[in-house]
Design a protein around this ligand. Structure first.
Ligand code: NAD
Ligand code: WQD
Length: 339
């Protein structure tokens, strides 16, 4: 059975392709390589023994997208990862983010409608919850006004999919990721942050390898046990496996609603300081850091209620924080060895 993975050469997409292949799915990737590299295809093949089919084009192009769907009329379901994801960049270039993230989704949905494809899994984000009043965040926790154009594209995308499904033969599973980190155990695929990383984990590993002088901890005056902000970090392979389960659920007609929403996290929150401690514990490396002011737009603390994903989707994150930080470090070392 053929699954289209848009953004499949990216960080989460590549790990998901490997897990899909392991379950016997045939994968076709569409990616314009705006934030990933063609070598990922060979790297996927090194792990799985099978190079996925690949088409390079920009999903914001309606003609190319429609032509693609006409040519590939045996696609059973879609996992739609393709999007820009840098929060700060989205504040600087909002139109670029709205155009890329929304138009690529609209063209993909149009392709589904025109070509009779029913099922789509969509990459959403815990960013839609903002700072929830009650923790942990449940799928019915009220969505808040987004604090960046990027976050807004996720909220609007959820609405576009939901409204489209009301009158079209489309079903969806919206997966709200918490903070994906780590890399495949082989260290053959992982995350490629462009330039100076914004996210915590790549900043930690780049500091440890000597590419950055020290980690800046954005604030230690939050109302948390050690004063640093709390997030729900999830291993990217656990996350990838949830996508396979979501696709299987849709194909087997097990969805209970036209649009279902699941949180993907571990259900446990860790502070920035606890992540640093875990990194030091799992690698034996001492990390340089300095405490700075809070980063504008950051929420204080958020973690997932994963009960619905556990019981209804039948999925549970398995990897510990130490396994996540250890695998991120193994990947950083593998990247350094490649250069
Ligand atoms: P990524 O940048 O590594 O992967 C996205 C891929 O999409 C890239 O390979 C890029 O080249 C491709 N792409 C972007 N725009 C495209 C277009 N118009 N046409 C074709 N290809 C295009 O990002 P990721 O971390 O793997 O994230 C995947 C998805 O998950 C994104 O939708 C992201 O917003 C979402 N998400 C990510 C995180 C995170 O922390 N990484 C958290 C929550 C949600
Ligand atoms: C985690 C914690 C920082 C870097 C972002 C997006 C969100 C989602 C995931 C896509 C925070 C602190 C970080 C550093 C630090 N992406 N930190 N020093 O902000 O939770 O979420 O990525 O949907 O939408 O906003 O993740 O990894 O940037 O930060 O102290 O150098 O680490 O302040 O508390 P965040 P992050």
């Amino acid at each position: 059975m053929k699954i289209l993975v848009t953004g499949g050469t990216g960080y989460i997409g590549s790990h998901t392709v490997v897990e899909l292949q392991a379950k016997g799915f045939e994968v076709i990737i569409v990616d314009n390589l705006s934030n990933s590299s063609i070598e990922v295809l060979d790297n996927i093949a090194k792990i799985s023994g099978k190079k996925p089919l690949f088409e390079k084009f920009d999903l914001t192009d309606p003609e190319k997208t429609e032509t693609f769907f006409r040519l590939h009329n045996d696609i059973r379901a879609i996992i739609h990862f393709a999007a820009f994801k840098a929060v700060g960049e989205s504040v600087q270039y909002p139109l670029m983010y709205y155009r890329n993230n929304l138009v690529s989704l609209i063209n993909t949905l149009q392709g589904m409608i025109n070509n009779g494809i029913r099922d789509i899994v969509f990459s959403s984000s815990c960013t839609v919850y903002g700072q929830p009043e009650k923790l942990p965040a449940r799928e019915d926790t009220p969505i808040q006004k987004a604090n960046s154009p990027y976050g807004n594209t996720k909220r609007i995308s959820e609405e576009i999919i939901t409204e489209t499904s009301e009158n079209e033969a489309i079903r969806a599973i919206l997966l709200r990721y918490f903070n994906p980190i780590g890399a495949h155990e082989t260290a053959i695929i992982g995350e490629f942050p462009q330039g100076i990383p914004n996210n915590l984990m790549p900043y930690i590993t780049q500091t440890a390898i000597g590419k950055r002088d020290f980690l800046r901890i954005w604030g230690n005056d939050y109302d948390t046990p050690d004063g640093t902000a709390i997030r729900d970090y999830i291993h990217v392979v656990d996350l990838a496996k949830a996508h396979v389960i979501a696709v299987e659920r849709m194909i087997a007609d097990k969805s209970k609603e036209k649009v279902e929403i699941f949180n993907l996290g571990t259900g446990k929150g860790f502070s920035v300081m606890e992540v640093i401690k875990s990194f030091e514990r799992s690698t034996g490396i001492h990390l340089n850091y300095k405490i700075m002011d809070r980063r504008p737009g950051d929420v204080e603390q958020v973690w997932a209620d994963t009960g619905f994903a556990n019981t209804e989707l039948g999925w549970k994150a398995e990897k510990s924080l130490d396994e996540m930080t250890a695998s991120a470090w193994k990947w950083e070392k593998a990247l350094a060895a490649r250069r």
